[in-house]
Design a protein around this ligand. Structure first.
Ligand code: PEP
Ligand code: MN
Length: 264
């Protein structure tokens, strides 16, 4: 069902209020790795609004390698995130980690993110097949392109056709970068599937100074959008600071992404 054989025309998702994801317009989504506080959100939101970005990312349930690392503000943080975003005309993308969270998060999200550690959590995919909100599905940490499409098939066949595929880098033998951003996946996914494809260069390379380059490369590879991490002070971010852009870097990237998209 997610194949071009089933549907030739590219799917464009309409999030409402003029925000779309899919062919015809560059979708930009930015924000901190983790939602930390109202003050932090306010600064990020001001930055996004000033730069015409309508979609904000930010985790409240964080999958962390260490149980001692910051694991997010949870549902209470999500309520604040949602309220503040609504007041500013922003849509929000946030990660859901388990089936029981789908219902409790439902009214406070615009797009459910399925993280790379949950791409093959088939129970979660089944649950998301039953909701009426878009799902941003990340490629698994060691997942193949075919496995990503199969995971998308779970959600789609469950009845939820609002899906976005995300290349976020895979684990390879290479240690010079956090992950290996597989830009090959972009044209391949676009050819195989009618679903929108976006690139996450932040997790893809994991090194702040190279994130803009890989974001631009993602657009040239044919991505419908880019999702990346930004924070007023990346050095103090509660998670993923090393791959997070400050607002100057982010504003420059947004300008360049629009320029490059217009050249395609
Ligand atoms: C994130 O978006 O912050 C995240 C944890 O992403 P991934 O699942 O791709 O590692
Ligand atoms: Mn992150």
């Amino acid at each position: 069902l997610v194949s071009r054989k089933w549907r030739v025309k590219p799917t464009v998702l309409d999030l409402g209020d003029g925000v779309t994801i899919g062919e015809g317009a560059l979708a930009l989504c930015a924000g901190p790795c983790s939602i930390e506080s109202e003050a932090q959100m306010e600064k990020v939101m001001d930055h996004l609004v000033a730069n015409g970005v309508r979609l904000m990312r930010g985790g409240v349930f964080k999958p962390r390698s260490s149980p001692y690392a910051f694991r997010g503000l949870g549902l209470e943080g999500l309520r604040d995130f949602h309220r503040m975003a609504r007041a500013r005309g922003l849509k929000i993308v946030t990660e859901v980690m388990q089936v029981s969270q789908v219902e409790e998060m439902h009214d406070f999200v615009d797009v459910f993110q399925v993280g790379a550690r949950n791409t093959q959590n088939f129970n979660l995919l089944d649950a998301l097949g039953g909701v009426d909100k878009p799902v941003l599905l990340k490629r698994g940490i060691s997942g193949s392109i075919e496995e990503l499409l199969s995971s998308a098939e779970y959600v789609f066949s469950g009845g939820n056709e609002k899906l976005i595929l995300c290349e976020r880098g895979i684990r390879t033998f290479e240690t010079a970068s956090r992950n290996t951003l597989d830009l090959n996946a972009v044209p391949i996914l676009k050819a195989k599937s009618h679903l929108p494809v976006i690139v996450d260069p932040s997790h893809g390379i994991g090194i702040r100074e190279y994130v803009p380059t890989m974001a631009l490369a993602g657009v040239m590879a044919g991505a419908d959008g880019i999702v990346y991490e930004t924070h007023e002070t990346p050095e103090t971010a509660a998670s993923d600071g090393a791959q997070t852009l400050d607002f100057d870097e982010s504003a420059r990237l947004i300008r360049n992404l629009r320029r490059v998209y217009a050249l395609r």
